[in-house]
Design a protein around this ligand. Structure first.
Ligand code: ADP
Ligand code: MG
Length: 621
């Protein structure tokens, strides 16, 4: 090769930064570079296998699909060769150099956030570069499957540039020569390579050979009989397909032939990284037909709300030559979706019954997905609703299911009561709960922004209505009043004067001022004039639309409360004229209610008013 044919190109900036970090830091898990290179080789083999289902006009159609490792202890090199799809010159530049790799920036960011590179590098489309943890320089020689494509060699020292030059390679696929750093010579030893392959790449479905010996098992674990698989192998399989170090919460092995053939292994992950993973659009199950990978990330085999589930689906009822565009409308795929969805929901129900602690972990990690399911998908509504959990006024921080709630309802209670709010502290302090606390009627706390959406789809549970406690028209179960009588109440004229003052001060901001039959310990509360989903919808709109103004509510007063009685006395004393303390108190009571609802736009407004009230309260008699 002459010097003139060698072209030198620059890496994209993020890639340069990434390389710099990888090349200059010492990581304890450097071995994962091999996992990444083998996974790329395996992807390349899957892709040529898929291509050849419909196209025989490829280079070397008879070549065995395999990955070979070769070492040279003296030269301190490791060579990884595959007979996969290969790369054209343009593809090399795109994949290993300049254009793609928006993932590099995201990867760098999560490293700054303290993630270990070995745990995450495979997830950002930058796994290839991990080779520079162990390599002084790397030479990739590749020839695309396309019959008229030329072979090219890419070389880089992991600094800011790489070179490209024409190569002599005759056969299809990719050969990567890793010139190991001095301190990485362990990776040119046979036993070490065997150990790494067994640990990280055992389930790769193509043979990985070293000196004519196949190192990996290549088992399609999902095609084995569930009773013959030891639990550790499920965990290991999960680790290898997801590159996720944490164990899954549960595995689901589905083997069925009717109404549709399914061999599937699904996993509920043990954790869910919001943040970097939110960028992932590449979720989805691996779809196989007869052990041939048809699609790496299929999104049609489970409903959207179950997209946290990982795994593999293999079905003989899916035609091998199916095009990616028609997968979605394929009848077998729809049948598989139905069967898998049912199964996953059933397994979650079983988990809840068998192991409350693990289910609790599941719920805290994935509860939002289940709520999304309830809000959007009425198909499996019943099963989904049984998976819901909420804190409640009587659970002391624990989570309760609707079934448990109904199970301990007193006979006279006909509805399930809930309160929507911003957080636990504000719902627990809500005046709406006065009555319920006094009578020990349980109220579910819905403090997640998703709850407002969800509750619109959830009008009843086991034929019992769900009832928001802030409704104006609440009728309550007949439960015995406790013996202690509340203090004397105001007479009509006194109370009317208080109502009139509230109307005057609050004006259009409230729809009505009236007495409450529900309050005990609180002086007042806000209730919605509307009933039903309209109210929850307003809540949702307030969260979504910055300028949304909810229609005015009704304020209800507790005529037995000392504060209301004091106001009545002051109004009487000033013979119904203006009294700044009365007016400021009314303003502040209203502001308190808005705070509890999470709808006070500008809390600092309260400061001068509170100062004035404090001054009045501390004035010596
Ligand atoms: P990812 O595998 O997540 O896409 P990588 O950094 O591991 O990210 O690889 C980048 C890209 O380089 C791959 O998507 C693929 O297109 C290409 N590539 C890497 N290794 C090979 C190979 N052995 N054969 C063909 N293409 C490869
Ligand atoms: Mg990769």
């Amino acid at each position: 090769m002459t010097q003139e044919q060698t072209l030198s190109l620059e890496f994209k900036t993020e890639v340069q930064q990434l390389l710099n970090i990888l090349a200059n830091s010492l990581y304890t898990e450097r071995e994962i570079f091999l996992r990444e290179l083998v996974s790329n080789a395996s992807d390349a083999l899957h892709r040529i296998q898929f291509e050849m289902l419909t196209n025989r006009d490829v280079r070397d159609p008879e070549a065995a699909l395999e990955i070979r490792l070769e070492v040279d202890g003296e030269a301190n090199t490791l060579t990884i060769t595959d007979t996969g799809i290969g790369m054209t010159r343009a593809e090399i530049i795109e994949n290993l150099g300049t254009i793609a790799h928006s993932g590099a920036a995201a990867f760098l960011k999560s490293m700054e956030e303290g993630q270990r590179p070995a745990d995450i590098i495979g997830q950002f489309g930058v796994g290839f570069y991990s080779v520079f943890m162990v390599a002084d320089h790397v030479q990739v020689t590749t020839r695309s499957f396309q019959p008229n494509a030329e072979a090219w060699t890419w070389t880089s020292h992991g600094e800011s540039t790489y070179t490209l030059q024409p190569a002599d390679k005759e056969t299809r696929g990719t050969e990567i020569i890793v010139y190991l750093k001095e301190d990485a010579s362990e990776f040119s030893s046979n036993w070490r390579l065997e150990q790494i392959i067994k640990k990280h790449s055992n389930f790769v479905s193509f043979p990985i050979t070293l000196e004519e010996r196949v190192l990996n098992q290549q088992t399609a674990l999902w095609r084995e009989a569930p009773q013959e698989v030891e639990p550790e192998r499920y965990d290991e399989f999960y680790r290898q397909i997801t590159l996720e170090p944490e164990k899954p919460l549960r595995h689901i092995h589905v083997v069925t032939d009717a109404p549709v053939n399914i061999r599937s292994l699904l996993f509920i992950p043990g954790r869910w990284e919001l943040g970097p993973l939110q960028l992932r659009t590449d979720y989805g199950l691996k779809l196989y037909s007869r052990k041939i990978l048809i699609q790496e990330h299929n999104k049609d085999l489970l409903p959207e709300y179950l997209h946290f589930v990982e795994g593999v689906v293999d079905s003989e009822d899916i035609p091998l030559n199916i095009s990616r565009e028609t997968i979605q409308s394929n009848r077998a795929v729809r049948q598989i979706q139905r069967a898998l969805t049912k199964r996953v929901l059933k397994e979650l129900q079983d988990l809840a019954e068998e192991d409350a602690e693990t289910y609790d972990r599941f719920w805290r990690t994935f509860g939002a997905f289940i709520k999304q399911g309830v809000a959007t998908n009425p198909v499996h509504q019943e099963e989904l609703v049984d998976l819901l959990r909420f804190p409640s006024s009587r659970s002391g921080g624990a989570l309760v299911s609707l079934d448990e709630y109904v199970g301990r309802m007193p006979e006279a209670q006909e509805k399930l009561y809930f309160i929507l709010g911003e957080d636990m502290a504000s719902v627990a302090a809500s005046p709406h709960l006065d009555y319920f606390k006094q009578h020990n009627v349980e109220v579910l706390y819905m403090v997640d922004p998703l709850d407002g959406f969800m509750i619109q789809m959830l009008q009843t549970y086991k034929e019992k209505p769900l009832q928001n406690v802030d409704a104006a028209d609440l009728t309550l179960p007949e439960i015995d009043e406790p013996g202690d009588k509340a203090p004397e109440t105001l007479d009509e004229a006194e109370f009317d004067a208080v109502v009139a003052r509230f109307r005057e001060v609050l004006g259009d901001r409230v729809k009505e001022v009236r007495a409450s039959h529900m309050l005990r310990d609180s002086p007042c509360r806000l209730v919605s004039p509307e009933s039903g989903p309209e109210r929850e919808l307003q809540r949702v709109r307030r969260l979504l639309e910055k300028d949304f103004e909810a229609p005015p509510k009704i304020i209800e007063l507790n005529r037995k409360h000392p504060l209301i009685r004091n106001l009545a006395a002051r109004i009487e004393a000033t013979s119904k004229g203006a009294d700044p303390v009365v007016d400021a108190t009314i303003e502040q009571l209203f502001a308190n209610l808005l705070i509890l609802e999470g709808s006070l736009p500008n809390p600092s407004e309260m400061v001068p008013r509170i100062l004035a009230l404090l001054e009045a309260a501390t004035r010596s008699q």
